[in-house]
Each structure stands twice: as structure tokens, then as C-alpha cells.
Design a protein around this ligand. Structure first.
Ligand code: MIC
Ligand code: SF4
Length: 642
């Protein structure tokens, strides 16, 4: 008899090209779809270009422009033109700036249940909302997938999140994922996939499911996935994509490595307090807190369901005088629907600022709050300074909590005067006119010229790993260092296509002198090493957090633990991801210490174990590497290994 399979096993087994889940620590899977966004896409395509493949080999690859949309100066527009010309040439669909946020758009128009999607953005798991195995990765991994190569994941452990009951009025998907984050936190979940199951699943519409899988990224899991069921079928049919539906539900008796039950009827309005999505508290515990700013939107909560709900809360009323409210919708489809049903007029009349349908505020590229502000936001990350204002206190909340609080300028419980649930639309208005090159997708246009403005600089290549390294600990950081700490976005985002320029800002929030120190060390013939605590490299998939340090001569990270996407990016750029064998040895390395990594090449070739000599004594580090990773590191990075 065939073994009963869960949803994850079903999709993975249909895509497995390397490894055996029963015995191997790493699996290679075939990728059906890719997505990129502009801030990570330029590097992904520069790397794809250097692979000399005539056209993409995926079922569909889409290049979205949603991050760098402010266009102060020429840099953003240069990037857009480059991306458009690349899409035309290589058979990629191009989503023009103004079309919307990549994850919302992909869910609406391209995502398919049962397929794999690899995206150069950590919130790619949004696709799990329709039963897609959607995974975030660094740009170079997307380039490899577009060229037809496999993608590698740690052999997953699957946790069933069993939903039962039904949410109360005023409580929504954001509260559910915050509940899950309250339980599992933002660290220690590397290698897991969360599969949502149980009778409560049927009570959640697709946008709600997508909110949950989107913010699963904050757990640090490989991805999160819902089954594809009658709700998914209805959503796809309403998008005019009934033919894309495939039913994928767990078999009776399917096994999981762990189970966690959430009774939806008991979930309360939740919020993530500053400065981590894992810092979860109840809204009740902060009731009455004065609020200066409320931002609604981002790929987590910008669907029609979400913004319409906000409009229902604000109907016929006005936001409080002392609070500014900004709203960014997820796509043109969402805006069109809000325009038709009168919600846009309601939101305008209520005094909300209607923003571009782009990442904007979420990445600190718009509406940074005032000094010391309390800002309630419906997005997924509240890392210190990410809003663009270091002193801001950002709380992550549901659209319902955001709307209820907008009316008084204080944190309010959305359950006090809840509005009616927004029914799932029977038919979404479809307008694909801002997706270019659909007709030539997969084929490309012969002779198409690539447009390269001065902001597009070539990708640096790494050098093979030497036998020994004499290094300097160029920085020592603590726990939960995010890729926003390593490679800030916001005002610096426009340098994403120009590594020498962007590298000037590595670790800017922690040590603005890092760049100069690294170059000075390199000039004196020393390699640079980063010393870090637990959960190093949380958050964004930006490979720049590895690529720019590589450019500055960083050869190894020594940490207590490293998050999945960032660890993969380090390997891809020839930086050895070492872990302290004894976490207490973290105290044996200080910033500025001279560290001897004698025999580092042999260690990487062998079992990954190395004794590092520093001024406070010798300590042991280890990199648990697959053969594939070993090869990449020895060559000095993925590009150099091809
Ligand atoms: C983010 O939300 O942090 C980003 C900006 O979307 C990143 C990608 C990037 O840094 O360009 C992500 O989530 O991967
Ligand atoms: Fe854009 Fe924010 Fe979503 Fe990242 S998390 S893709 S910046 S909206």
C-alpha cells in the first residue's frame, strides 16, 4: 500500500531530483516557477547573464518591480530599464512598476497549487496560501533555477499546525500567525516546514492563508503551506484560472514530525512589540497606548479583503487628528475593486494617505515616522530602524487593529465594534496589461538589446579558498542580527545594482566604520571574519548581505547559529559559515582580534572542523557542509564554481 503523505511530502516527492529524504540531509528539487523583485533581481539577472543560457527554462519566470519605486535620482529607473530589457531577451514576464507587490500579484495571477516557486525574496512563501511549495532564496539561486538547475533545501521536518474552530469577529489571519510566532519565535526553526491542516483551514479564505504563510518567513522556516482545497478552487476560478486548480490535501493517516494545535475561536488580537516579529503580546496588554502613525499594506496584508475591511471600520468616520495613516494596496486589481465598491472614497474621506501599490513604507522607503513615534503597521517586520527612523517603536498588527486604532489615535481592540466579514469575491476584475512579454515567455526575443545605465555594475567573483587564513575579526555582533543590520535598505536601497557603492554601508547600523576597516585589513594582507551570536542573518533574503562582505574580503562567519537563507547566501559567495562548537567560546573572540584559521581549506575539504587560534586561546568551530557546498566554497563561490 502507498504510504500516506502529507502535503509537503506530496509536492516534494513530485519534484525531487537529488537526495533521499529518508537518509540525506539535503535535497535537490526541480523548480517550476521563479519570481524576482527589482531590489534583488538586478543581481540575479546579472548572474543569470553570466551563465550564458539563451532563455529561461522554467514553466514561468516573472520579474516584478515593487521595491525601488521612489525614483529620486536616476538609479531606480536605470534598474527598471535593465530588468525590462533582460525580461524581453530571456523570456521572462515583466511586471511593470505600478502593477503591485510581487507576492500579492504572483498569488493572483501565476501561482499554482502543487508546483514549486523559488523567489529572490524571503516572503515568497506567500504562495503557500494556495498550496504551492514557495521558497525564498538568494538571487543567484534563482538564476540557477532559471537556467534549469535544482534548488537545495535541508531535508525538512514537517510540523502540522492544526487549526480548529473559527475566528471571532475582529480577529484575523495576522493574529493567527502572531500566535504561531509567539509559540515558536524567530529562531531555532531552520529546516522546518509548517503545514496548516485541520478543520479550521476551511474557514480561512486564500488572502488569510497567504498572510499566514507570508509571515511564516519570520519564523525562519523553509516555507509554510496550506492544502489546496475547495476554497483554493473558488479563488482560482474567481481569478479566471480554474484550469490551474489541482486538489492537494494530506492523506488520511499522514505523519508529521510535530503537531501544534491552534483553536481559532480562542485567538485574541495580537501584536508584535518592538523590535522583533517574535516579540508577541496581546493587543489588550497595550490598549490605550498613544499612536502617532498607522501604516496599512505590504505583502502581508494588502489584499482586497484586508483593505476593504479597513474601509468598513472607517466608513463615515475620520482618523484621529494626531495620527497619520498611510495605505498601500497590493495590486492594481485590489485598487480597481476598492474604486468600484466605494472603499477608496471612504478611505480618502477618512483622511488616509493613499500610497503607491508597492513595498514603500515596509522597507523604509516612504513615510518614515517622526522621532520616537509609535507606529502600528500591518507588515511583517519591525526590526529596529527598518522604518527609516531608528528611534521609532513599531508594532505589527492586523488590519482590523490598525483601523480601530486609527479612529482614536490609541491602541484599540478591534473586537469591540467589529465589522462584517468581507465575502470572497465571485469574480476578480482581471487586467494583465502591465505584465509585459507574456507572449514571448519562455522563448525570449532574439536580438533584444540589454539596457545598462551607469548604476548597473558587474558582479564581483570570489577567489578560491586559500590553505590557511590569517584574519582579523572585523566586527563582533550579538544575537538575532538581521540582514537589515548587515546590509541596510531604505535610503541605501538604490545601490543594490552597484556592489562597490553598496558595500560602503555594510553593517552601517552597527559599525559605520566596518567598510574602511575591512579594506584596511585586506590591504595589510589579512582576511576579514565576522563573529556573531545566535540566529545570525535573520529576515530578508538579500544576498547582498553576503556578496558585499565578500567584496570587502570577508572569508568566514563564526556564529552560534545561522539562519537558512543567509547561510546559503554565504556559501554562494565563498564565505565559510562556521558555528562555534561550544557556544561559550563566543567570549574568546573580540572585535579586532587576530585569528589564525590554519588549515581552513583542508577543513572545508574534510569534516568542516577547525581549531581557530586567537589572543584568548584556541577554540573549535565547525561547518556542516554537503559535498555541493564544499565544492562551491573551495572555488570561492557559486559563480566561480560553474
Ligand atoms: C524585505 O522584506 O526585507 C525585502 C526587502 O523584501 C527582502 C528582499 C530585499 O532585501 O530586497 C526580503 O524579504 O527578502
Ligand atoms: Fe516588500 Fe515589505 Fe513584502 Fe519585503 S516584506 S516584499 S519590502 S512589502
Amino acid at each position: 500500500m502507498k504510504k500516506a503523505q502529507n502535503v509537503v511530502e506530496k509536492i516534494l516527492s513530485a519534484h525531487l531530483v537529488e537526495g533521499d529524504p529518508a537518509t540525506d540531509p539535503e535535497l535537490g528539487i526541480r523548480i517550476d516557477q521563479t519570481l524576482t523583485q527589482d531590489a534583488t533581481g538586478t543581481m540575479a539577472y546579472l548572474q543569470f547573464e553570466s551563465m550564458d543560457v539563451p532563455r529561461v527554462k522554467t514553466d514561468v519566470s516573472v520579474s516584478y518591480v515593487d521595491h525601488n519605486t521612489v525614483q529620486i535620482g536616476f538609479e531606480n529607473a536605470d534598474d527598471h530599464d535593465f530588468l525590462q530589457s533582460i525580461a524581453k531577451k530571456y523570456g521572462i514576464v515583466y511586471s511593470k512598476c505600478g502593477n503591485g507587490i510581487c507576492h500579492q500579484l504572483h498569488l493572483e495571477r501565476f501561482g499554482k497549487p502543487g508546483t514549486t516557486l523559488l523567489g529572490s525574496d524571503s516572503h515568497t512563501p506567500t504562495g503557500g496560501g494556495i498550496g504551492q511549495m514557495a521558497i525564498g532564496a538568494g538571487g543567484i539561486d534563482i538564476a540557477v533555477a532559471m537556467a534549469g538547475g535544482a534548488f537545495h533545501i535541508p531535508t525538512p521536518k514537517v510540523r502540522a499546525i492544526v487549526l480548529k474552530g473559527r475566528l471571532r469577529k475582529g480577529v484575523s489571519a495576522k493574529d493567527v500567525i502572531l500566535k504561531v510566532l509567539e509559540k515558536f519565535g524567530t529562531k531555532g526553526n531552520v529546516g522546518w516546514i509548517f503545514e496548516y491542516t485541520g478543520p479550521g483551514v476551511a474557514t480561512l479564505d486564500v488572502p488569510s492563508r497567504a498572510t499566514i504563510t507570508n509571515m511564516g518567513a519570520e519564523l525562519g522556516v523553509t516555507t509554510s503551506v496550506f492544502p489546496s482545497d475547495a476554497v483554493t478552487k473558488q479563488f482560482l476560478a474567481a481569478q479566471g484560472r480554474a484550469k490551474d486548480f489541482v486538489k492537494i490535501v494530506a492523506d488520511k493517516g499522514a505523519k508529521y514530525d510535530d503537531t501544534f494545535v491552534v483553536d481559532l475561536s480562542k485567538v485574541e488580537p495580537m501584536m508584535a512589540a518592538p523590535h522583533s516579529p517574535g516579540n508577541v503580546v496581546t493587543v489588550k496588554s497595550r490598549k490605550g497606548l498613544k499612536v502617532n502613525q498607522i501604516m496599512i499594506g505590504s505583502c502581508t496584508n494588502s489584499s482586497y479583503r484586508d483593505i476593504r475591511t479597513v474601509a468598513l471600520y472607517l466608513k463615515g468616520r475620520h482618523v484621529a487628528d494626531d495620527v497619520e495613516v498611510g495605505i498601500a494596496c497590493g495590486s492594481r486589481q485590489v485598487i480597481n475593486m476598492l474604486a468600484k465598491d466605494g472603499s477608496l472614497a471612504i478611505l480618502h474621506a477618512a483622511g488616509c494617505r493613499m500610497l503607491e501599490n508597492a513595498c514603500g513604507f515596509c522597507i523604509g522607503a516612504h513615510m518614515s515616522p517622526r522621532t520616537g513615534a509609535v507606529s502600528l503597521r500591518t507588515n511583517n517586520r519591525n526590526f529596529e530602524g527598518r522604518s527609516g527612523t531608528k528611534s521609532a517603536q513599531v508594532y505589527l498588527v492586523s488590519p482590523e487593529t490598525a483601523a480601530a486604532s486609527a479612529l482614536t489615535g490609541r491602541v484599540e481592540l478591534p473586537t469591540k465594534n467589529p465589522v462584517a466579514a468581507v465575502p470572497s469575491p465571485k469574480k476578480f476584475p482581471v487586467d494583465d496589461s502591465m505584465f509585459l512579454y507574456r507572449k514571448t515567455a519562455g522563448k525570449g526575443v532574439k536580438g533584444a538589446e540589454i539596457v545598462r545605465g551607469p548604476n548597473i555594475a558587474p558582479v564581483p567573483k570570489g577567489a578560491p579558498l586559500g590553505a590557511d587564513l590569517t584574519a582579523v575579526a572585523a566586527i563582533k555582533v550579538g544575537d538575532k542580527i538581521t540582514t537589515d543590520h548587515i546590509m541596510p535598505a531604505g535610503a541605501r536601497l538604490k545601490f543594490r545594482s552597484n556592489i562597490p557603492e553598496y558595500a560602503k554601508f555594510v553593517f552601517e547600523p552597527c559599525d559605520p566604520g566596518f567598510h574602511d576597516k575591512c579594506l584596511a585589513n585586506a590591504e595589510r594582507g589579512f582576511a576579514n571574519v565576522i563573529v556573531a551570536g545566535e540566529s545570525y542573518g535573520q529576515g530578508s533574503s538579500r544576498e547582498h548581505a553576503a556578496l558585499c562582505p565578500m567584496y570587502l574580503g570577508v572569508k568566514a562567519v563564526i556564529a552560534k547559529s545561522i539562519e537558512r537563507i543567509h547561510r546559503a547566501n554565504l556559501v554562494n559567495f565563498g564565505i565559510v559559515p562556521f558555528i562555534f562548537e561550544n557556544p561559550k567560546d563566543y567570549d574568546k573572540a573580540e572585535a579586532g582580534d587576530r585569528l589564525e584559521l590554519k588549515g581552513v581549506r583542508a577543513a572545508v575539504e574534510g569534516d568542516g572542523v577547525l581549531d581557530v587560534k586567537g589572543p584568548k586561546g584556541t577554540f573549535r568551530v565547525k561547518a556542516a557542509l554537503s559535498d555541493r557546498e564544499r565544492h562551491i566554497l573551495l572555488c570561492g563561490g557559486l559563480l566561480a564554481s560553474l
